[in-house]
Design a protein around this ligand. Structure first.
Ligand code: 6PG
Length: 248
Protein backbone atom coordinates (compact mmCIF):
# COMPACT_ATOMS: atom_id res chain seq x y z
CA UNK A 1 0.00 0.00 0.00
CA UNK A 2 2.76 2.41 1.00
CA UNK A 3 4.88 1.36 -1.96
CA UNK A 4 2.10 2.33 -4.36
CA UNK A 5 1.81 5.73 -2.67
CA UNK A 6 5.49 6.41 -3.47
CA UNK A 7 6.17 7.77 0.05
CA UNK A 8 8.95 10.20 0.78
CA UNK A 9 11.59 8.02 2.48
CA UNK A 10 14.75 9.77 3.65
CA UNK A 11 17.52 7.37 4.63
CA UNK A 12 20.59 8.43 6.59
CA UNK A 13 23.71 6.44 7.49
CA UNK A 14 23.17 6.65 11.25
CA UNK A 15 20.57 7.32 13.92
CA UNK A 16 22.32 10.61 14.71
CA UNK A 17 22.35 11.79 11.10
CA UNK A 18 18.70 10.81 10.69
CA UNK A 19 17.71 12.72 13.84
CA UNK A 20 19.72 15.80 12.87
CA UNK A 21 18.18 15.93 9.41
CA UNK A 22 14.69 15.42 10.83
CA UNK A 23 15.23 18.15 13.42
CA UNK A 24 16.22 20.62 10.71
CA UNK A 25 13.03 19.81 8.78
CA UNK A 26 10.88 20.04 11.93
CA UNK A 27 12.18 23.54 12.60
CA UNK A 28 11.52 24.56 8.99
CA UNK A 29 7.91 23.37 9.32
CA UNK A 30 7.66 25.18 12.66
CA UNK A 31 8.71 28.51 11.19
CA UNK A 32 6.46 28.08 8.15
CA UNK A 33 3.46 27.33 10.39
CA UNK A 34 4.14 30.37 12.56
CA UNK A 35 4.46 32.57 9.48
CA UNK A 36 1.22 31.12 8.14
CA UNK A 37 -1.02 31.14 11.24
CA UNK A 38 1.06 32.44 14.14
CA UNK A 39 1.37 29.13 15.95
CA UNK A 40 2.92 25.68 15.60
CA UNK A 41 1.05 22.64 16.87
CA UNK A 42 2.95 19.38 17.21
CA UNK A 43 1.99 15.93 18.47
CA UNK A 44 5.05 14.30 20.04
CA UNK A 45 5.63 10.60 19.71
CA UNK A 46 6.84 8.43 22.53
CA UNK A 47 9.34 5.64 22.92
CA UNK A 48 13.06 6.36 22.77
CA UNK A 49 13.76 7.11 19.10
CA UNK A 50 12.66 10.78 19.17
CA UNK A 51 14.64 11.61 22.35
CA UNK A 52 17.70 12.88 20.46
CA UNK A 53 15.52 14.98 18.15
CA UNK A 54 13.87 16.54 21.21
CA UNK A 55 17.29 17.22 22.70
CA UNK A 56 18.34 18.96 19.48
CA UNK A 57 15.25 21.18 19.65
CA UNK A 58 16.18 22.01 23.26
CA UNK A 59 19.79 22.84 22.48
CA UNK A 60 20.88 23.47 18.89
CA UNK A 61 17.57 25.08 17.90
CA UNK A 62 16.36 26.40 21.26
CA UNK A 63 17.18 30.05 20.62
CA UNK A 64 15.68 29.94 17.11
CA UNK A 65 12.25 28.77 18.28
CA UNK A 66 9.60 31.20 19.66
CA UNK A 67 8.39 28.70 22.27
CA UNK A 68 5.40 30.85 23.29
CA UNK A 69 3.97 30.17 19.81
CA UNK A 70 4.40 26.41 20.12
CA UNK A 71 1.61 24.12 21.36
CA UNK A 72 2.81 20.64 22.39
CA UNK A 73 0.52 17.61 22.33
CA UNK A 74 1.17 13.86 22.32
CA UNK A 75 0.22 11.20 19.78
CA UNK A 76 -0.01 8.56 22.47
CA UNK A 77 0.76 7.85 26.11
CA UNK A 78 1.10 4.98 28.48
CA UNK A 79 -1.55 5.10 31.21
CA UNK A 80 0.95 5.59 34.01
CA UNK A 81 1.92 8.40 36.40
CA UNK A 82 3.64 11.29 34.61
CA UNK A 83 6.86 10.57 36.54
CA UNK A 84 6.80 6.87 35.68
CA UNK A 85 9.81 5.58 33.74
CA UNK A 86 7.40 4.37 31.02
CA UNK A 87 5.78 7.78 30.59
CA UNK A 88 6.17 9.45 27.17
CA UNK A 89 5.55 12.77 28.92
CA UNK A 90 8.45 12.09 31.30
CA UNK A 91 10.80 11.34 28.39
CA UNK A 92 9.82 14.59 26.66
CA UNK A 93 10.14 16.48 29.96
CA UNK A 94 13.70 15.24 30.45
CA UNK A 95 14.79 15.72 26.84
CA UNK A 96 12.93 18.93 26.01
CA UNK A 97 10.48 20.56 28.44
CA UNK A 98 12.91 21.06 31.31
CA UNK A 99 15.33 22.82 28.97
CA UNK A 100 13.11 25.37 27.19
CA UNK A 101 11.08 28.39 28.23
CA UNK A 102 7.70 27.20 27.00
CA UNK A 103 4.60 28.46 28.84
CA UNK A 104 3.07 25.62 30.85
CA UNK A 105 -0.32 26.40 29.25
CA UNK A 106 1.23 25.41 25.90
CA UNK A 107 2.04 21.88 27.06
CA UNK A 108 -0.84 19.41 26.79
CA UNK A 109 0.08 15.96 28.10
CA UNK A 110 -2.49 13.21 27.80
CA UNK A 111 -4.20 12.99 31.24
CA UNK A 112 -3.19 9.76 32.97
CA UNK A 113 -4.42 10.51 36.46
CA UNK A 114 -8.17 10.32 35.82
CA UNK A 115 -10.23 7.47 37.34
CA UNK A 116 -10.56 5.66 34.00
CA UNK A 117 -8.77 5.56 30.66
CA UNK A 118 -12.07 6.17 28.87
CA UNK A 119 -12.58 9.40 30.82
CA UNK A 120 -9.01 10.37 29.97
CA UNK A 121 -9.55 9.71 26.26
CA UNK A 122 -12.71 11.83 26.30
CA UNK A 123 -10.97 14.60 28.23
CA UNK A 124 -8.11 14.71 25.73
CA UNK A 125 -10.56 14.80 22.83
CA UNK A 126 -12.12 17.87 24.45
CA UNK A 127 -8.69 19.45 24.85
CA UNK A 128 -7.93 18.86 21.18
CA UNK A 129 -11.33 20.18 20.09
CA UNK A 130 -10.65 23.38 22.03
CA UNK A 131 -7.47 23.95 20.03
CA UNK A 132 -8.63 22.76 16.62
CA UNK A 133 -11.85 23.73 14.82
CA UNK A 134 -13.91 20.98 13.23
CA UNK A 135 -14.10 17.25 13.91
CA UNK A 136 -10.44 16.37 13.44
CA UNK A 137 -7.33 18.04 14.89
CA UNK A 138 -5.01 19.26 12.14
CA UNK A 139 -1.57 19.25 13.74
CA UNK A 140 1.04 21.23 11.85
CA UNK A 141 3.30 18.28 12.55
CA UNK A 142 2.64 14.83 13.99
CA UNK A 143 5.58 12.61 14.94
CA UNK A 144 5.33 8.84 14.95
CA UNK A 145 7.61 5.93 15.72
CA UNK A 146 7.06 2.30 14.85
CA UNK A 147 7.50 -0.68 17.11
CA UNK A 148 9.27 -3.89 16.05
CA UNK A 149 5.78 -5.43 15.77
CA UNK A 150 4.70 -2.59 13.47
CA UNK A 151 2.57 -0.67 15.96
CA UNK A 152 2.25 3.05 15.41
CA UNK A 153 1.45 5.36 18.33
CA UNK A 154 -0.52 2.86 20.43
CA UNK A 155 -2.29 1.32 17.45
CA UNK A 156 -1.24 -2.32 17.70
CA UNK A 157 -1.52 -4.96 14.98
CA UNK A 158 -4.87 -6.76 14.80
CA UNK A 159 -6.34 -4.46 17.47
CA UNK A 160 -9.93 -3.30 17.11
CA UNK A 161 -8.83 0.33 17.53
CA UNK A 162 -7.45 0.18 13.97
CA UNK A 163 -11.04 0.18 12.72
CA UNK A 164 -12.05 3.29 14.70
CA UNK A 165 -13.52 5.91 12.36
CA UNK A 166 -15.19 8.42 14.68
CA UNK A 167 -13.13 8.84 17.85
CA UNK A 168 -10.14 11.19 17.95
CA UNK A 169 -8.56 9.63 21.03
CA UNK A 170 -8.98 6.03 22.13
CA UNK A 171 -8.24 4.06 25.27
CA UNK A 172 -6.41 0.87 24.34
CA UNK A 173 -5.44 -2.23 26.27
CA UNK A 174 -2.92 -4.38 24.47
CA UNK A 175 -1.59 -7.52 26.11
CA UNK A 176 1.40 -7.35 23.78
CA UNK A 177 2.38 -3.91 25.06
CA UNK A 178 4.39 -3.00 28.13
CA UNK A 179 2.65 -1.31 29.81
CA UNK A 180 -0.62 -2.60 28.33
CA UNK A 181 -2.88 0.39 29.09
CA UNK A 182 -2.57 3.20 26.58
CA UNK A 183 -4.16 6.38 25.23
CA UNK A 184 -3.70 7.01 21.53
CA UNK A 185 -4.74 9.19 18.64
CA UNK A 186 -6.76 7.11 16.22
CA UNK A 187 -5.78 6.57 12.57
CA UNK A 188 -8.25 9.17 11.23
CA UNK A 189 -6.96 11.68 13.79
CA UNK A 190 -3.38 10.98 12.73
CA UNK A 191 -4.26 11.21 9.04
CA UNK A 192 -5.70 14.71 9.34
CA UNK A 193 -2.33 16.20 10.29
CA UNK A 194 -0.72 18.60 7.83
CA UNK A 195 2.67 16.88 8.14
CA UNK A 196 3.32 13.36 9.44
CA UNK A 197 6.89 12.28 10.13
CA UNK A 198 7.92 8.76 11.03
CA UNK A 199 11.24 8.31 12.83
CA UNK A 200 12.40 4.69 12.53
CA UNK A 201 15.86 3.52 13.51
CA UNK A 202 17.74 0.26 14.00
CA UNK A 203 17.82 -3.20 12.50
CA UNK A 204 15.15 -4.24 14.97
CA UNK A 205 12.66 -2.26 12.90
CA UNK A 206 13.69 -3.61 9.47
CA UNK A 207 11.11 -6.41 9.50
CA UNK A 208 8.31 -4.00 10.43
CA UNK A 209 9.46 -1.65 7.66
CA UNK A 210 9.38 -4.53 5.18
CA UNK A 211 5.85 -5.44 6.22
CA UNK A 212 4.60 -1.84 6.11
CA UNK A 213 5.96 -1.25 2.61
CA UNK A 214 4.94 -4.61 1.16
CA UNK A 215 2.48 -4.21 -1.76
CA UNK A 216 -0.14 -6.36 -0.06
CA UNK A 217 0.26 -4.71 3.36
CA UNK A 218 -2.91 -4.66 5.44
CA UNK A 219 -3.65 -2.18 8.20
CA UNK A 220 -4.39 -5.03 10.59
CA UNK A 221 -0.96 -6.59 10.14
CA UNK A 222 0.94 -3.36 9.45
CA UNK A 223 -0.79 -0.36 11.07
CA UNK A 224 1.76 2.02 9.49
CA UNK A 225 0.24 1.18 6.09
CA UNK A 226 -2.89 2.97 7.32
CA UNK A 227 -1.00 6.23 7.85
CA UNK A 228 -1.96 8.21 4.75
CA UNK A 229 -2.48 11.94 5.20
CA UNK A 230 -5.92 13.07 4.02
CA UNK A 231 -4.48 16.43 2.98
CA UNK A 232 -0.86 16.63 4.04
CA UNK A 233 2.63 15.28 3.66
CA UNK A 234 4.25 12.09 4.93
CA UNK A 235 7.97 11.66 5.43
CA UNK A 236 9.66 8.51 6.65
CA UNK A 237 12.98 9.25 8.37
CA UNK A 238 15.08 6.10 8.63
CA UNK A 239 18.64 5.09 9.28
CA UNK A 240 20.23 2.49 7.00
CA UNK A 241 19.70 -0.27 9.54
CA UNK A 242 15.92 0.15 9.57
CA UNK A 243 15.81 0.86 5.83
CA UNK A 244 17.32 -2.56 5.16
CA UNK A 245 13.70 -3.71 5.29
CA UNK A 246 13.07 -1.87 2.02
CA UNK A 247 15.59 -3.94 0.10
CA UNK A 248 14.06 -7.37 0.45
C1 6PG B 1 4.93 4.39 22.56
C2 6PG B 1 5.22 5.01 21.24
C3 6PG B 1 5.38 3.95 20.22
C4 6PG B 1 6.81 4.07 19.79
C5 6PG B 1 7.30 2.77 19.23
C6 6PG B 1 8.81 2.84 18.94
O1 6PG B 1 4.25 4.99 23.38
O2 6PG B 1 5.47 3.29 22.77
O3 6PG B 1 4.50 6.03 20.88
O4 6PG B 1 4.52 3.99 19.14
O5 6PG B 1 6.93 5.11 18.84
O6 6PG B 1 7.06 1.76 20.19
O7 6PG B 1 9.46 3.00 20.17
P1 6PG B 1 11.05 3.21 20.23
O8 6PG B 1 11.30 4.54 19.62
O9 6PG B 1 11.40 3.17 21.69
O10 6PG B 1 11.66 2.08 19.42
Amino acid sequence: MLASARPDVRIHPSFEAMSEAAAERVVAILHAAIRQHDRFTIALSGGQTPRYLYELLATTYRAAIPWRKVQLFWSDERYVQPDDAHSNYRMAKEALLDRIAIPSDNVHPMPTLLPSMEEAAEAYEETLMSYFPGQWPRFDLLLLGMGPDGHVASLFPHHQVLEEEARVVAAVVSETADPPQRLTLTLPAINHAANIHFLVSGQGKAAAVRLAFAPGATIAAAPASGVKPVDGSLIWWMDEAAAAGLKT
